[in-house]
Design a binder for this molecule. Structure first.
Ligand SMILES: [Zn+2]
Ligand SMILES: [Zn+2]
Length: 220
């Protein structure tokens, strides 16, 4: 999409989210945001929160400072690029993207953030993520392609909630699939995303029944 300063794409945003996960918060903010960014507006991806303005600024072409984006621009970019934005004030969720579309409904709903995105859910999320990556054994569970090698020798794959947490999808291995970066982008931004969702579901059902068979056999 075009912004007031240049160009921003969903795929570039996902690249920066992946980079943020790899390098960590401090290194990311030091590189792209002079070490600081808004603690109010957050991008929710796969149940994890990322500082929206810093991610958008880093993904922007040409690169800009996070403070170039005001909050209403940030809303608009999230909406147009199909991301979910979460606004947190004083430790509480003030609104989510759906609230921006329909302000009356959710704004000021005052849901404790812990219940939604922080704390236990985040920790559980990390465990589910690790288990799914282990299950995938270095290969995309959709196309079978191998992820690329990381500097630490591990294989790079991404995890995707087939039914998103925002849509009340369960935070369990049965709802999370390991994907190559390309398939993950398509799952979020492709014209065929709905069809992919169906394929992912049947793939996981297959994996789960294979696992059950293995367990039954070893019990014999
Ligand atoms: Zn793939
Ligand atoms: Zn995803």
């Amino acid at each position: 999409m075009k912004t007031a300063f240049g160009k921003l794409t969903g795929s570039a945003v996902m690249d920066k989210v992946a980079e943020y996960r790899e390098v960590g918060r401090d290194a990311f903010l030091a590189q792209y945001a002079g070490g600081v960014t808004s603690r109010t507006t957050w991008l929710s991806v796969e149940g994890e929160l990322f500082p929206a303005k810093a991610i958008f600024a880093a993904a922007h072409v040409p690169s800009v400072a996070p403070k170039s984006f005001n909050t209403s621009d940030t809303y608009r970019y999230s909406r147009e690029l199909n991301f979910e934005l979460v606004v947190i004030e004083k430790g509480r969720v003030k609104s989510t993207r759906s609230a921006i579309d329909d302000l009356d409904e959710l704004s000021g709903s005052d849901v404790p953030t812990k219940q939604l995105y922080f704390g236990e859910r985040f920790i559980r999320d990390a465990k589910v993520r690790a288990k799914v990556i282990e299950r995938a054994n270095g290969k995309c569970e959709h196309c079978g392609g191998e992820g690329f090698k990381k500097p630490d020798g591990g294989i790079y794959l991404e995890t995707h909630h087939i039914i998103s947490l925002a849509k009340q999808g369960p935070d369990s291995e049965k709802n999370v699939i390991a994907l190559c970066a390309n398939d993950h982008r398509e799952a979020h931004f492709g014209a065929d995303a709905e069809h992919l969702e169906v394929q992912f579901k049947s793939k996981l059902a297959e994996l789960n029944s294979a696992k059950k068979r293995r367990i039954t056999r070893s019990a014999d």
